[in-house]
Design a protein around this ligand. Structure first.
Ligand code: DX5
Ligand code: ZN
Length: 218
């Protein structure tokens, strides 16, 4: 089943809890949480206290996307504040294998994210250990950017690699997803779609329902 993961980066932070409850009621299965440190990416978003504050709003999967340098420093904290999936960028990890093992040792699912220009080859040896691959389809750092077209081909190649190895690894695609780009991305083999501005830029519940409806066809 295809999964929608609304990114709260584009939510109205004045009423974050209510907005999360609204998208969950409308059918969102994951909540995508973008953590930015101002070093790995140009912007700073939010961190552990915010995640902890909204953890009791829902028991849906908290899909935490760490856009931070040397994420090992904080993985324990994110596990403790309620993350279910912890995704690190391959570009931010000197010892990716060790980081993936560390996330698993805390009883959490491990995701590895790749920037648009990063080749799939960095996953060659570690893929069997990874629960989810997050393919960025914009350069990370901000919501509301345009989908980079060459990413579709990358999603197809990732799907092929997973199938050839007979794995169950999920593919999440993040950046520039709206009701028009979603179909191309789903056809290419994505399992999980992140949508920030496309969900929270309008009426979040209605937008979520529209996505869920579209995704049912795949
Ligand atoms: C971008 C973040 C995304 C962002 C997506 O750096 O990783 O999750 O919220 O925003 P949209 O869907 O607006 O492109
Ligand atoms: Zn993200």
């Amino acid at each position: 089943m295809k999964i929608l993961a609304p990114s709260i980066l584009s939510a109205d932070f004045k009423k974050l809890g209510e907005e999360i409850a609204a998208v969950v009621d409308a059918g969102a299965q994951y909540i995508h949480i973008d953590v930015m440190d101002g070093i790995f990416v140009p912007s700073i978003s939010f961190g552990m206290p915010v995640i902890k504050a909204v953890r009791d709003v829902t028991d849906k999967v908290f899909d935490v996307h760490l856009m931070i340098s040397e994420p090992d420093r904080y993985i324990g904290d994110f596990a403790a504040c309620g993350a279910d999936i912890i995704t690190v960028h391959a570009e931010a990890c000197l010892h990716l294998d060790r980081t993936v093992e560390f996330i698993h040792s805390l009883g959490k699912k491990a995701g590895v994210a790749l920037n648009p220009a990063t080749g799939l080859g960095v996953l060659d040896y570690v893929l069997e250990k990874v629960d989810m691959v997050l393919l960025m389809s914009v350069n990370p750092g901000f919501g509301g950017q345009k989908y980079i077209p060459y990413c579709t081909q990358k999603i197809r190649q990732m799907r092929k690699m997973i199938e050839e190895r007979g794995l169950n690894t999920r593919i999440e695609v993040d950046g520039g997803i709206n009701l028009s780009t979603a179909e191309e991305v789903l056809e290419a083999g994505a399992d999980i779609l992140v949508a920030g501005s496309a969900v929270f830029g309008g009426e979040p519940a209605r937008r979520t329902a529209e996505f869920v409806d579209l995704m049912r066809k795949y």
